[in-house]
Design a protein around this ligand. Structure first.
Ligand code: HAM
Length: 437
């Protein structure tokens, strides 16, 4: 029989790895909510035209990476390659702008891109992202980048570079495009033409999307564009003032960052500040972009919004972030607070009822269902990393007590059924290091 397996580039997530994901998700949610972002959930599937219009027809994503299919009614649908387009569509469809002065949304979920699958680059990957809509102020861009820096610190990822740039809006771009084109069309210092030596992809991009040439990974392209004019020298007054204010606020907030005039993003909707957080850790390989985002002041209008709705957002890749966090996945798992072991049928039934009651009150309790030896049950409890083990034999059952063993302290004492919960509660107030992880 043909062996069934997951689609290439799409991964199963199993325990204990999932514990590390939950750690990231929990910390990210808490921080996003502390900054006033609220969760939005949009469909995984959207009309193909949404992505073509939002992301841009000359991007890698739209040109060759979308999972597009024809629905039964003949309409063209696409699995979302990113979250911004769907969020903006929902923002417009539900006329959120009419109800709120500004909107802060976050989302979390799978995205789909038919990329060349390799370590850190998948065809189904998860993003956690946020969008601040109808917020034109440069301090919003800076606050978002500062939040990300704070998030990476909270996740224990110290070795990151925060890169920022400004790609300019519709009023700045033509001037810069012209300068870049003139540079590429002119011969290099060696007298040889630059243009014809560019990679085939970059030559193709020259007409459709010249900014992306700066993002080429081709070594010849990199060398040929090393001295290319900088977008930062071609910004109009408004963009320049905005970007300067972003940088000043970042400094005030104590965020470490680098201005990288070559930072351009793979999506066409950006109009001003753009940023990326890149990891330096060994777990990443070539795919070191942990997070990317920027300002997209024209996207809401492009998708049919009435009037200007400036916005800024980001998304980080959960797989890459998880891979950057030091520590064994198992150490992120929540161990049981209590393992109940027993000798004899009656004791086991008592344990089951006690466990049910404590679980109902929110404690993590494990019951050994086996009629195995006490030694083997204790061994299992130890392996699970339980803080306490409750030992119940026939003797204890008759006396109406159980032996509560504090695995950290290595001490045990007899307790009544009613005394178990206070002991667990007290341990929560002074948790062991293991439980804190
Ligand atoms: P993006 O840079 O395309 O931006 O993706 C954001 C992050 O998703 C990347 O930095 C990376 O960590 C992760 N990522 C992207 N592709 C893959 C892949 N094939 N495998 C694994 N991880 C991946 C956006 O998607 C924008 N929507 C961000 C944004 C929100 N801009 C404004 N608002």
């Amino acid at each position: 029989m043909e062996r069934l397996q997951a689609v290439k580039g799409m991964n199963d997530l199993l325990p204990p790895e999932s514990a590390k994901w939950q750690f990231v998700e929990t910390r990210a949610r808490a921080l996003l909510e502390a900054y006033g972002y609220r969760e939005v959930r949009t469909p995984l599937v959207e009309p193909t035209t949404l992505f073509a219009r939002a992301i841009g027809v000359a991007t890698d994503i739209v040109e060759k990476e979308m999972y597009t299919f024809t629905d039964r009614d003949g309409s063209s649908l696409t699995l979302r390659p990113e979250g911004t387009a769907g969020a903006v569509r929902a923002y417009l469809e539900h006329q959120v702008a009419g109800r709120e002065g500004h909107t802060r949304w976050y989302y979390s979920g799978p995205m789909y891109r038919h990329e060349r699958a390799q370590k850190g680059r998948y065809r189904q990957f998860f993003q956690i992202g946020a969008e601040a809509l109808n917020q034109p102020e440069p301090t919003v861009d800076a606050e978002m980048i500062a939040m990300l820096a704070q998030l990476f610190t909270a996740l224990g990822i110290d070795d990151v570079d925060v890169l920022v740039n400004c790609v300019g809006g519709a009023e700045d771009r033509p001037k810069y495009m012209a300068a870049l084109r003139a540079y590429l069309e002119a011969p290099g210092p060696d007298g040889a033409p630059r243009l014809s030596r560019l990679s085939e992809t970059s030559q193709r991009r020259l007409d459709k999307n010249p900014l992306r040439i700066l993002d080429s990974k081709d070594p010849t392209d990199i060398a040929l564009t090393a001295e290319a004019p900088s977008i930062l020298d071609h910004l109009g007054d408004a963009s320049k003032a905005h970007f300067d204010a972003v940088l000043a606020t970042l400094r005030e907030l104590g965020v470490k960052f680098t201005v990288d005039a070559r930072l351009v993003r793979g999506l066409d909707y950006y109009t001003g500040t753009v940023f990326e957080v890149r990891g330096r850790g060994p777990g990443l390989g070539a795919q070191n972009a942990l997070c990317g985002g920027g300002r997209y002041d024209a996207l809401v209008e492009t998708l049919g919004g009435a009037g200007k709705t400036p916005a800024v957002g980001f998304a980080f890749g959960v797989e890459r972030v998880v891979a950057s966090i030091p520590g064994e996945p198992a150490s992120f798992a929540q161990a049981p607070e209590l393992c109940l072991v027993s000798h004899g049928d009656a004791a086991r039934r008592f344990n089951l009822a006690l466990a049910q009651e404590l679980r109902g009150r929110g404690y993590r309790v494990d019951v050994d269902h086996r009629s195995a030896s006490m030694k083997s049950q204790m061994k299992r409890a130890d392996k699970l990393g339980a803080r306490f083990v409750g030992v119940l034999g026939e003797d204890e059952l008759q006396k109406g007590i159980l032996m509560l063993r504090d695995m950290g302290a290595g001490e045990q004492r007899p307790v009544t059924r009613a005394e178990v919960e206070p002991a667990l509660a007290a341990a929560r107030i002074s948790p062991t290091v293991k439980q804190e992880a």
